[in-house]
Design a protein around this ligand. Structure first.
Ligand code: 7TS
Length: 405
């Protein structure tokens, strides 16, 4: 079936507007994607018809809300190929998912052990592990990157050793777009018996992932990067792993019994879902997954790869244009600098022409340090972007550069 871009764009009413008198060109999708009507409608429908708290009421609305939420848990299970829906935990986002694992590991890790991350991580996959190591005396190690922004794997056997408790890394880099060799790293981690976590923040919207095929212990997703609501993430964990982890937060809904002296915890996944969950978020995320799958994640990835190739080639003709992150395998992200200009100034001048890009460190300061730069401007693509938009982006960038030089 042909990729019906007009239909897709018609499903995102927010795109049809002017910013500073110019048509909006939204190229900040790695930060958050826009939401299709189906998501907004599912949330409205929930509030107009079914709103109630979940897992506690015998009344009809509570049961409807519970059924709707649990149906999405099953949808997520199916989407990532998990064995059972009890392995799908709803969190507040990727940050919350990683903190849940890093906190829980505090009870399990020993001071002589180490945690391995990479130099390509978002701060949310660095800081929680630093905190874990500070609390426990374990050591933090990282896999370095080369000048193209690719992981350097030739020392993998020394970095991941028999004392490695956890190997945590992203599938796709949010600031450079590098697609990492997940299976190679997981294979080495498994050789030494380390636990593994893959941060799927940027793969969720761009790639099909099967957690059993990877045989990964933990995997994370962010609803808001997958056309769903903000404030909701997913933590997938293999049953035996999440059963072994102590919970991160205590409170209602995560318990089996409570006396004033002691509590016992509920079975997974509820052990990790203390308090009233983000019910509307879960319902909206279900609609987002359904919408994304109706277009087809492979078709979306192909479309975005064409946009990335087109943008890379087209923008490279601008004098002084420099791409930061030139990995052989990349997805949907174009981070760049233009000689003689500051990325922040470019971002402001692009915005004045209707073009939304992100500027700065993209929560990946160690990457910027490695490239000896303060930050980049970043264009990131989604299912609804077009080559015409990239032409508008290029024309606006040329104008901005001419004003600044
Ligand atoms: N990991 C990666 C790879 C990410 O891209 C992000 C967010 C996170 C973790 C954190 O996700 P959160 O939903 O908990 O905030 N990345 C970005 C970005 O590139 N621009 O804004 C947010």
């Amino acid at each position: 079936m042909a990729y019906d871009i007009d239909y897709i764009r018609s499903q995102f009413p927010i795109l049809d507007q002017q910013v500073h008198g110019r048509p909006l060109v939204y190229l900040d999708n790695a930060a958050t994607a826009q939401k299709p009507k189906a998501v907004v409608d599912a949330i409205s429908h929930y509030y107009y018809n079914d709103n109630a708290n979940v897992h506690r009421g015998v009344h009809t609305l509570s049961q409807r809300a519970t059924d709707a939420m649990e149906a999405v848990r099953e949808q997520v299970r199916d989407h990532i190929g998990a064995r059972e829906s009890a392995e799908i935990i709803f969190t507040r986002g990727i940050t919350d998912s990683i903190n849940t694992v890093a906190f829980g590991m505090g009870a399990l890790i020993k001071p002589h052990q180490n945690v391995v991350i990479t130099a390509l991580e978002h701060h949310s996959n660095i800081v929680p592990w630093q905190m874990l190591c500070e609390r426990t005396g374990a050591t933090l190690r990282y896999i370095p990157i080369n000048e193209k922004g690719e992981l350097v794997l030739h020392s993998l056997e020394e970095i991941i050793d028999e004392h490695t408790a956890m190997v945590a890394f992203n599938h796709i880099s949010n600031s450079l777009g590098t697609i990492n060799p997940v299976s190679t790293i997981l294979a080495r981690a498994k050789e030494v018996g380390a636990w593994t976590l893959v941060d799927g923040a940027q793969s969720g919207p761009h790639a099909k992932v099967d957690v059993q095929e990877w045989d990964v212990d933990f995997f994370t997703l962010a609803s808001h990067k997958m056309y769903g609501p903000t404030g909701l993430g997913v933590l997938y964990g293999k049953r035996e792993r999440i059963e072994a982890l102590p919970p991160y937060q205590g409170g209602g809904e995560m318990i089996a019994t409570v006396t004033l002296e002691k509590s016992t915890y509920a079975a997974i996944p509820h052990k990790f879902e203390a308090g009233t969950p983000h019910i509307e978020g879960v319902i909206g995320f279900g609609a987002a997954l359904k919408f994304m799958n109706s277009i087809g994640i492979e078709a979306i990835a192909k479309h975005e790869a064409e946009l990335l190739d087109y943008a890379t080639e087209s923008l490279s003709s601008i004098e002084g244009f420099r791409i930061i992150g030139t990995a052989d395998h990349k997805a949907s992200v174009l981070s760049f600098l233009v000689d003689g200009t500051h990325p922040y100034d470019l971002g402001v001048l692009l915005d004045q022409q209707g073009i939304a890009v992100r500027t700065g460190q993209h929560c990946t300061q160690p990457i910027m340090d490695q490239f000896c730069i303060a930050g980049t401007a970043r264009a990131s693509f989604a299912m609804y972007n077009t080559k015409e938009e990239i032409d508008l982006f290029k024309a606006a960038l040329v104008r901005a550069v001419n004003m600044l030089r």
